[in-house]
Design a protein around this ligand. Structure first.
Ligand code: FMN
Length: 191
């Protein structure tokens, strides 16, 4: 959707300009093979000590377990996530192999998420990261040992559908251009 494509001041590559957090997902199913390609792409992200502190727990829309993941989401996310082809819970390993805290765990999970999103987009599959979930519920549903792991985000994946299929306020959000802070706000030449 052209309104969502980033208008950049510099020659940023298309795949980055074209990625956006979609909400209108079509009924086309994501195949197991395509999901594996997306997750494998995520696994090639960089990580501190190559610890790869990410874990992806997934359910396809037609799985009975989809509802269990779906029920972890906040009400503001559920109206549009219900049409996602796949729902992922992304969990971080908090510790390194030697038992020390992995201070980079959340950073590295984010890097894997960004990487898998870009892979997905090359396959026509859009993603939407969500921090809006009930952490206690996710810990229970996913049987997470909180000494070792922490749920970080959920991600909805799906093929794109028309924004008009969404109810408000999601339709308007789907039709609103994306914005970013200027480079001068987020960077400076340190001299
Ligand atoms: C950690 C994180 C948590 C987010 N949580 C939510 C959420 O709960 N619900 C939602 O609709 N979008 C959520 N988003 C999506 C952001 O709102 C979105 O990435 C941002 O507005 C920029 O839009 P863009 O991804 O289309 O460029 C989240 C994104 C991140 C990275």
């Amino acid at each position: 959707m052209s309104i969502k494509i980033a208008k950049t001041n510099n020659p940023v590559i298309d795949i980055i300009k074209d990625r956006w957090s979609a909400r209108s997902f079509s009924s086309k199913d994501i195949s197991q093979k395509d999901l594996e390609t997306i997750l494998e792409a995520g696994s090639w992200a960089f990580s501190a000590n190559n610890a790869q502190p990410w874990n992806f727990v997934y359910a396809f829309r037609n799985d009975a377990s989809f509802e269990k993941l779906f029920n972890c989401l906040m009400p503001g996310n559920q109206p549009w996530v219900k049409n996602a082809g796949v729902l992922l819970a992304v969990i971080a390993n908090k510790k390194l192999d030697n038992g020390a805290e992995n201070k980079a765990a959340k950073h590295d999970v984010g890097a894997a998420n960004a990487t898998l999103m870009l892979q997905a987009l090359t396959m026509g599959i859009y993603g939407h990261v969500m921090g809006g979930f009930d952490t206690a519920k996710a810990i229970e549903v996913l049987n997470i040992n909180t000494e070792a792991q922490e749920p970080i985000v959920f991600i909805a994946l799906g093929y794109l559908d028309a924004p008009e299929k969404l109810e408000e306020p999601f339709k308007t959000r789907e039709l609103t251009a994306r914005t970013r802070k200027s480079l001068s706000e987020i960077s400076k030449h340190f001299v």
